[in-house]
Ligand binder design. Structure first.
Ligand code: NAD
Length: 260
């Protein structure tokens, strides 16, 4: 549908060696964008993934190691990329615990990776986008950026925070050809969700199938996981001309979760 309309543009996707980040990067590559992939690791697999995407989609792909829990790494990632037409702030982690027992180091890590990293990357990316005369900031928030669940204090706080940051970014760029929006997925079956299943099985004394159907997808009226391709396709749409006047908002990809 969108063909290769992003040819000549460079997209930086944080936390993109798995899950939603990889799905978004892949859909942007299909639309012709050159890519900078990122995570905190620096393994042969990370670089092989970059080569695979480049050869499959005929675009330039680089992998740059940077730890999104560190302000200086976030800023260096954008500087090292050399170009940044599309910034996708996607890196994220999760921890589930009641507030009195929530480990302080987990709170700090979630706020740093899921929220502060987007402030640092955006701060360096906006002057680059302004120079180029075009830009897209796409923040991967969550249904938890709009609603809450118990035991996810840091995650819900960070995701509500990134929705707020998205609005400020949009207002500060409103008169320019730059937009900032947040995509709010419901449950997508990626490693971050897989890791929650054993804990939920224990907490609820349920089978894996019951946790998926009765705990996770119970929130999602469609009864289905959203897919990384659907989140990626939404990001591609936000980069299209049709979305030139869409800024400062959230787009839910949640099977109806937030309609409840
Ligand atoms: P995932 O665990 O597959 O991906 C997380 C990515 O972030 C990985 O590439 C990981 O390497 C990277 N990452 C983690 N810590 C990092 C760090 N310190 N520095 C750099 N990269 C780091 O999980 P996912 O589901 O693909 O999550 C991606 C984003 O989507 C997250 O922000 C998450 O909150 C959000 N999200 C996920 C779901 C879901 O159901 N899976 C729903 C809503 C929102």
């Amino acid at each position: 549908m969108f063909q290769k309309f992003l040819g000549g543009k460079t997209a930086i996707v944080t936390g993109s060696n798995s899950g939603i980040g990889l799905g978004v990067a892949t859909e942007l590559a299909k639309a012709g964008a050159d890519l900078v992939l990122n995570s905190f690791t620096d393994s042969p697999d990370d670089h092989a993934l970059a080569e695979k995407l480049a050869s499959e989609h005929g675009v330039h792909v680089r992998y740059i190691q940077a730890d999104m829990s560190k302000a200086e790494d976030c800023r260096a990632l954008i500087e090292m990329a050399g170009a940044c037409d599309i910034l996708v702030n996607n890196a994220g982690i999760q921890h589930v615990a009641p507030i009195p027992e929530f480990p302080v180091e987990k709170w700090d890590a979630i706020i740093a990776i899921n929220l502060s990293s987007a402030f640092h990357t955006t701060a360096v990316a906006l002057p680059i986008m302004r120079k180029a005369g075009w830009g897209r900031v796409i923040n991967i928030a969550s249904a938890h950026g709009l609603t809450a669940s118990p035991f996810k204090a840091a995650y819900v706080a960070a995701k509500h925070g990134i929705v707020g940051l998205t609005k400020v970014t949009a207002l500060e760029t409103a008169h320019e050809a730059i937009t900032a929006n947040a995509i709010c997925p419901g449950y997508v079956l990626t490693p971050i969700v897989e890791k929650q299943i054993p804990d939920q099985m224990k907490a609820n004394n349920m089978s894996r199938e019951d946790v998926i159907a009765k705990v996770m997808l119970q929130r999602q009226p469609s009864g289905q996981f959203a897919t990384v391709e659907q989140v990626g396709g939404t990001a591609v749409f936000l980069c299209s001309q049709a979305a030139d006047q869409i800024t400062g908002t959230t787009i839910s990809v949640d099977g109806g979760w937030t309609a409840l």
